[in-house]
Structures are given as structure tokens and as C-alpha cells.
Design a binder for this molecule. Structure first.
Ligand code: UDP
Length: 334
């Protein structure tokens, strides 16, 4: 089964009907999550307007969508986007997501997650659209409560190098709730935990732990661990994350609500590196580099709320997801 069919198979008929034959704007629609959301919506005969400035998005992600009559690409920055169109849903997913990258572009990262969010909320208000915001587990910072539930307020360094992302996401959440409370706008916030799978970038500063380690391992290059590798993350396969996002978008119980969407399987980065070396049968050695600044030590979601409210739970294990990503990576090289 391909990724889109797998996502669709996990949505109920009612959820699919709420998304079918609609008109949707996806900001960051050329990115990892945005392109999978767009592709899934196109399969439901929905008109997808993809807004992307390709700062980190990749044209290849949407190559196969370009000939679809329901797909429209708009190139530009979300914070400067003007339109007379109106939409049924606005998915605001535009942002630089990789720590090594956003620390080099803090102003741009904050703009997408402040002015960009404000503009998309205004557009949603004008359209009477449902607004879905791609927030992040980063709003919890270096969490002191593990597993972390939605009602944990976070431990974030407001002036640290990661603050452009963390505080941008936190400000945007506050803005969403302001529009919900003051304008009764239908806003839904998804706190997305580390997600991986086909289309996650591995190159340069855009790379994330899984995509980078896989590329390093397949090339028999050293695996670059920042710090001692004892820090943890809970890695979610992309079909599980996108399914969760679409359930948040359509649930009758999600208006004005926030949901953790992530896998509960917590993995040490050193164990991730070892697993990847094993699954790729690589000759790579692990090298230890200086730790990343303000890097959270542990990250694991409490997903009780999503399980009970949305009837959602991740289905793909980290090992299974890595195997599938390896297949995709190998096909890319052909
Ligand atoms: N990491 C690493 N080597 C890399 C890339 C990432 O050791 O080449 C670590 C990083 O310091 C963090 C974890 O892997 O502790 C996850 O990093 P990623 O960039 O994937 O996501 P995030 O920090 O946003 O959770």
C-alpha cells in the first residue's frame, strides 16, 4: 500500500466526506508534511492551493501533483501572501523545521510563525475556514514532565538559539486561541512530534536525525551524533502523523483544541544510530560531535487525548518506518 492509500484507509467515511471536494490552502505545501497532506486531499477530489517559497520545500515533492487539474502552486512567502480566494480549510505548515537550519534564519522563521500565522488566521476568518496550525513538540522545550501531556506549559529558553522556532510556535498557538476566543474562528492546533519517512530532507543543514543517519549509513559515512547520544526522541512515521493531522482537522470535538500527535516509543539517539547501521548493513562508524545548544534531553508525548477524542494511535513502529524509508531512499537514487 502506498502512503496516501494508507492514510485514507485510516480515516473514517465521515472524516473523508468532510475533506472531499473542498477548497484548501496548504502553506508549506511543497515541504515534507505539506506535500503529503496535499497529495492526500487531491485523492479526495479537493482543490489544493499549495503556497511555498521553497526555502526548504522541494519541487520534486509536488512534481507528480502538478498535472492534477485540482492542484495549484503559488510561489511566495506566507507573510506576504494576498488573495481574493476563499477556502474551506487552511493548513498553516510553512516554516523552516530543521534546528541546524532555522538557527541560521531566525528572523525568517519567526516571521512565518507570527506574521504568517496572523495573515492565515485573517484569511480563515474572511473565508470562514477551519484553520489547522502545525505546532510542535518544541513548544514544551526541555520538558520536565515525560510523557508530556498537552496541559504541560513547557520549559523554553526565550532568548536561546532555538527560540525563533519554539517561541514562534508558542506565539502562533496564542494567536490561534485569541482568534478562537474573540472571533469564534474554528482553529485546531496539532503539536507534531519528530516525524520521518519519504521526502524528509537529509541534505546539508536541512537534515534531521533519521534522514541524515540513513543517508550516512547507506553511503558508509560516519554517523554524526551531537553530544553523548543519550538524548531521546519519539519518532513517528509520516502516515501516522498525517492521519492524526487530518483527524484533528475533521473531528467534531477538536475546535479550539490542541493535540499531541506522535509515537510513544521513546528512542535514544545512540540506539537510533545503532538500529540504522543494523538495518542498512552499513560499515559506518559513529562519531560524537559537540552537543547542539539547548537540545531537549527527552521527548515523548502523552497521546491519551488524541486516542480518546480522535480514536487515533500510531500504527507503524520505528523499525518498520525506517525499513520503508530505506526502500524509498534506494529508489530515489535510480
Ligand atoms: N542529531 C544528531 N546528529 C544529527 C542530527 C541530529 O545527533 O546529525 C540529534 C539532535 O541533536 C537531537 C536529535 O538528534 O538531539 C533529533 O534531532 P532532529 O534535528 O531530528 O530533531 P529535533 O532536534 O528538532 O527534535
Amino acid at each position: 500500500m502506498n502512503e496516501v492509500n494508507e492514510i485514507l484507509s485510516q480515516l473514517t467515511t465521515e472524516e473523508k466526506e468532510k475533506l472531499r471536494a473542498k477548497k484548501v490552502l496548504v502553506t508549506g505545501g511543497g515541504g515534507f508534511l505539506g506535500s503529503w497532506i496535499g497529495e492526500t486531499l487531491l485523492a479526495l477530489d479537493t482543490k489544493v492551493y499549495c503556497l511555498d517559497n521553497f526555502s526548504t520545500g522541494v519541487r520534486r515533492n509536488i512534481e507528480s501533483l502538478k498535472n492534477n487539474k485540482n492542484f495549484r502552486l503559488i510561489e511566495g512567502d506566507v507573510e506576504n501572501f494576498e488573495t481574493d480566494e476563499s477556502f474551506d480549510f487552511v493548513f498553516h505548515f510553512a516554516s523552516r523545521p530543521a534546528p541546524d537550519d532555522y538557527v541560521l534564519h531566525p528572523v525568517e522563521t519567526l516571521k512565518a510563525n507570527s506574521i504568517g500565522t496572523l495573515k492565515m488566521l485573517e484569511l480563515s476568518k474572511k473565508s470562514n475556514a477551519t484553520f489547522v496550525y502545525a505546532s510542535s513538540s518544541e513548544v514544551y522545550g526541555d520538558a520536565e514532565v515525560i510523557p508530556t501531556p498537552e496541559d504541560y506549559w513547557g520549559k523554553v529558553n526565550p532568548i536561546g538559539v532555538r527560540s525563533c522556532y519554539d517561541e514562534g510556535k508558542r506565539f502562533s498557538e496564542a494567536l490561534c486561541m485569541a482568534y478562537f476566543r474573540e472571533c469564534n474562528l474554528d482553529v485546531r492546533i496539532v503539536r507534531i512530534f519528530n516525524t520521518f519517512g519519504p521526502r524528509l530532507r537529509a541534505d546539508g543543514t536541512y537534515g534531521r536525525a533519521i534522514s541524515r543517519f540513513l543517508t550516512q549509513a547507506l553511503g558508509h559515512q560516519p554517523i554524526t551524533i551531537y553530544g553523548d547520544g543519550q538524548q531521546t526522541r519519539s519518532f513517528t512515521y509520516v502516515t501516522d502523523t498525517v492521519t492524526g493531522i487530518l483527524k484533528v482537522a475533521t473531528s467534531g470535538l477538536a475546535k479550539g483544541e490542541v493535540f499531541n500527535i506522535g509515537n510513544t516509543e521513546e528512542t535514544k539517539i545512540i540506539d537510533l544510530a545503532t538500529l540504522i547501521i543494523k538495518l542498512t548493513e552499513s560499515k559506518s562508524k559513529i562519531i560524537f560531535l559537540p552537543p547542539a545548544k539547548d537540545d531537549p534531553r527527552r521527548r515523548r508525548p502523552d497521546i491519551t487525548k488524541a486516542m480518546l477524542t480522535l480514536k487515533w494511535a500510531p500504527r507503524v513502529s520505528i523499525e518498520e518506518g525506517i525499513k520503508r524509508t530505506i526502500e524509498w531512499l534506494k529508489n530515489q537514487k535510480i
